[in-house]
Design a protein. Structure first.
Length: 87
């Protein structure tokens, strides 16, 4: 259902506002899911470093995340969390 369909989603209607609300909530949930996946990845790297794995590098992982400018890259709040809280 597209918000451009004014027959089903008239301007200022409850249906239209509900659709917008749900769409926004989904975006927030996707953000938190990506945040959790990134944090788990970083925690795995930290655990491997602590256990003496020389191939794991927290700093290199954070730098890689910071350099990823793609739409699927880490949001700056996720990056700051992983760097400041987990590191």
């Amino acid at each position: 259902a597209d918000l451009g369909d004014f027959d089903n989603f008239p301007r200022f209607s409850n249906q239209r506002h509900a659709k917008i609300q749900v769409r926004g909530e989904k975006e927030v949930l996707h953000h938190f899911a990506r945040w959790a996946r990134a944090a788990i990845e970083v925690l795995d790297i930290i655990e491997r470093e602590v256990n003496g794995d020389d191939t794991a590098s927290f700093d290199a992982t954070i730098a890689l995340m910071a350099g990823d400018e793609s739409p699927n890259g880490a949001h700056h709040t996720v990056l700051r969390y992983c760097e400041d809280v987990l590191g």
